[in-house]
Every structure is written in C-alpha cells, then in structure tokens.
Design a protein around this ligand. Sequence first.
Ligand code: M5T
Ligand code: MG
Length: 599
Amino acid sequence: MNRWWLRLTHHVAPYTLRISVLVLLVLMGAGLTVLMPWPMKLIVDYVLTAEPLPENLAWLNILTGTTETTGLLAWLVFSTLLLFVVNRGIQVLKAYIQDGVGNRMMYSLGGELFDHLQRLSLRFHNQRQNGDLVRRVTTDSGCVRELVMGVYLPALTSLASLLVMFAVMWYLSPLLSVIALLAAIPLPVLIRLLTPRMTERTYVQQEYEGQLMALAEQTLTGLPVVQAFAQEGREEQRFRALSRSTIKAYLRTITAELQFTVGVSSATAVGTAAMMAVGGVQVLNGTLTVGSLLVFLTYLAALYGPMETLAYLTSSYASASARARRVLEILDEDQEVKDAPGALVLAAHPSGQVGHISFEDVSFGYESGREVLHNVSLDVSPGETIALLGPTGAGKTSLVSLIPRFFDPWQGRIVLDGTDIRDIQVASLRNHISLVLQDPFLLPLTARENIAYGRPEASREEIVATAVAANADGFIRDLPQGYETPLSERGATLSGGQKQRLAIARALLKDAPILILDEPTSALDARAEALVLEALERLKQGRTTFIIAHRLSTIRNANRILVLEEGRISWVGTHQELIEENGLYRRFCSGVTGDRLKE
Ligand code: M5T
Ligand code: MG
C-alpha cells in the first residue's frame, strides 16, 4: 500500500501543463500574501512619523517620483488596492483551474475503475454488494483529486508562504524567527505519530458508509419482497444499527483528527504568546520598529493559516489514501476470465458449419470445496439442439454458463470447433453466442433499444420482424409509446412473460451461431409458448442450440435430451425414448403426472 499514489500518476500526467500553471499561480499568490502587510509597515514607520526613507528603500522615491509624505501615502494606498485585486484575481483563476483539473482526474480514475469492474467475473460480482461498488466508482475515485488538490498543492502553498515569510521574519528579527521555528517543531512529530491512526480510522469509516449504501440499495431493489413480507421495520432497524456503527466510526475518525488539531494549535498558541512578549520588549528597547512588529504580528496570524492547512493535509492525505485503498483493491482484483495471449478471434461471419461444442470431462463449482458439475462430457454437433432437463439445482444453468465463459471450469475443457474456448478472445466468443437468461433482465432503455442491445445498428424493420417472430410485437405496440417506450421505473413495467419474449427477441436479433435458452418460456401460458416455440423452431435452424426447460412441450423437438442430476449427466436420448422410460422423468420431476407427459 506504500507509494499508492505512484499508481495513480497516469491520471495526473495528462494535466501536467495545467498543474504547472496552478503551481505558478500558487507561488505568485504566496509572494503577494507576504507583500500584503508591507504598505502598512511603510506607512507606520515612514509616512506617519515623517521620517525619510532609509538607503535600501530609496528606490521607492524614484518609483513614485516624489519625496512628499502625502505622495508616498497615496502610492502606498494604491499599491495595497493593487495587491488586493491581483491577489483575488489569482485566487479566482486558481480555483477555476483547480476544480476543472481535479474533476477531470477524478472521472478519469472513475472511468478506469468502472471499466475494470464491468470486466470482472460474475463470481466477483456475486460476492460483492452493488451499493458499495457504486460508491467506490463515484466517490472513492475522488482520491486522486483529493491527493493533488487537497494535499500536494496546499502543501506547496503553505510551505512556500511559510518559507518566504520566515525569510522576511529572519530579516526583521532573527530572535523572533527562532521562537517561531521552535513553535513549528512539534508539527512533524505529531504528523508521524497520528497519521497511521487517522488513515486506519478513515478506512473503517468508509467501509461502514459503503455497507450503508449497499443496504439501502439492496432493500430498495428487493422492495416488493420487503413489503410483501411486511419487513420494513426490520430493514429500518438494520439501517439504524448500521448507521450507529457508521456514526461511531465517524466520531473515532474525528477524534483522531481533533487530537491532531489540538496538538498543533496548542504549539502555535504557546509560540504566539512567546513572540508577543519578546517582540514587545524589543520595540520598547528600540531594536524593532513598530511597523516591523506589525508585519511580524500579521505574519504570525498568517503563519497559523498555512500551519493549520498542514495539519488538515495529513487528514486529507489519510482520507485520500483510505479511498485510494478502496479503489486499488478493486483494480488489483484479477480479471478471472480474460484473453489469453494470442487469443483467437473468431471470424465475424462464420461460413460453413460452426458451433461444434464438446465438454471434455468438465468439473466446476462456485466456491472451493463444493463442486457443482462433476466430470461432464458431451459432444454437440453443429446445428444440433440439445435440451437440458433436470431437477432444480442440478446445475443446468451452471453448465450452459460455462460456454460463454462466465466462469472457467475447474477441470477439463470446453472446445468450440477444435479450439479450447480459453484460447478464444472472450468478446469474440460471446459475439457468437445468443443468450436468453433465466432471469430476463432488461436495461433502462426503450423497448426498441433493448431488443437491439446486441446489435445496435439493426434497422427498425429488422427489430420489428424479430419482435413479431418472438411474439412480442403485439404487446410492444400496445405500450404508451410503442417501440419507443422507456422500460424503466418511470416507463412501462412488463409482465414476466412479456419480459421473457423481449429477451427472446433480443437474443434472436443478435443472430449468433450458438443459441442458449435458459427456460425461455417458463413464464408463458400454453398458447404464447406454442407461438414462441414455433418462432424458435425457425430460428434454431443451422444453429447449435441449448435449451433448458422443465416442461416436456418445450423440448419435444430437440435432437437429444440430456438429463442432469446432481451435477452429473444421468441420461441422454431422444424425446421418444424419454417418453418410453417415463418413470425416469417422474423420478426427478416429482409432482409431474403421467398426463402431463403426454402433452
Ligand atoms: C447449481 C449453486 C446452486 C446449486 C448449483 C448460479 C449459482 C448456483 N450455485 C452457486 O453456488 N452459485 C451461483 O451463482 O450451483 O445451480 P444451477 O446451475 O443454477 O441449477 P439449475 O439451473 O439446474 O436449477 P434451476 O432451479 O434453475 O432449475 O446448488 O446453489
Ligand atoms: Mg437454472
């Protein structure tokens, strides 16, 4: 975790020029801040006392072209005004550039994180909470902005002004400068002592905040279930309990920060008191002018600012590094399923027979120690339709999800047209597969865009034709804005069967040589199912198809039926053979009557 910032440099590098301008502005600002009390000093020491300017300030007379005190006064008043205006101008410009560059860096890192997250395996996402991940992308990616704009730049500003002020102070009174220096010594000690604690506490706090967001997100997503079981009270209690932990963690962070701030301000207060005493005596002795003491006191007040900034810096650094930890943790997450070096790119328009798939002694599970598929071997010819049948939890969905490489097998291999699918480019492999998932998830897009999701360039005619084939055209036309109706919380909500037909249309339009249908008609009534199956029948032509179903009617036309039981292939044969051995079918599908089998 050390040197974590080194890993973020490529989000900062593109803005080097703008950051250089910022640094320049910062240094100019520091210089102006130091100059600020000087017109006042000159007025007090030379204008009000009508003393002539000493040798080393004689250039002021030449510059103003007058030795008159009133003329000098006018010039000094004018320069105060000028200093103020220029300083403000610099601040405004600095703020503008700083915000622009800061946000660009943040979204650059956020973009990298989002991209990486999208490509992480479903196994990773199954174990993570969406709300927490969203927070990492949208909030925690601000760490790079926080680091550059909240740590490095303020550090430079503070150090530059401290340095210049210290030089001037030394020129005015070395003794007082030494006292100021003594007051500053506890600062690095405190930084070393308290930073690790602050980092740790900030990390814990952010973890809790992530959990809180995840809880809110999950509860809102599952709200129909929460309301149906009247569990709002329990969810509220969970939220409140988590809130309490979050607040506790927050307070612990604040405590660490406050300890630090108190330490810093005590040191500064003692220094201030000491300097007032010694400076006062020096003025009374006549070794220091009133004007110089004024400059000194102004700097003292100004010293406190940068020192406080330095104090905040460590807590900003702590929080930036805690956030960075949450970002890098995800970026370090290995892309489980990724392109092998020199991976094969499948031809865009495969000619001839494509889609010969073999499972060779494949074993697979989701978590170690619990194997879900055991030594599955299967050879599917191009254009063949394989139906998968089996009790719930047997591993049907798991088996087909290995084909697009949502997961890789633990043992054995899957071969597509002679190539191990691990040697095929993932995107290219997936482009050759059309899927209807068991849970037909629709995106918050219009009906038309949802159907065209896998082929955004499809023409309207193609989209409508596919919808007609999937028996979806009718209900889509009945939606408030037809094909242009947004399918989101604010748009139309579809029934389970309608969603399923839309998902089928989406898969069909993709027009891939391999078709995987995970219970595509489970939510349809007999009539709708018949219509969809008829469409599927047409579309299955020439494609290697896997169809999972619980109903016999759905799989009647499959070339082969495969029965999966507890992760093993227990039976393979045709529909006719299955009917003849109907005892077998009854064994794993309890509750299905003989009548049903005759469908
Ligand atoms: C097979 C387990 C599940 C079951 C077995 C998807 C998924 C499944 N499993 C996990 O541990 N993690 C997961 O992410 O794997 O599950 P399946 O392949 O989904 O079974 P199915 O498709 O035959 O069942 P169904 O109900 O869809 O007919 O032990 O716990
Ligand atoms: Mg399933």
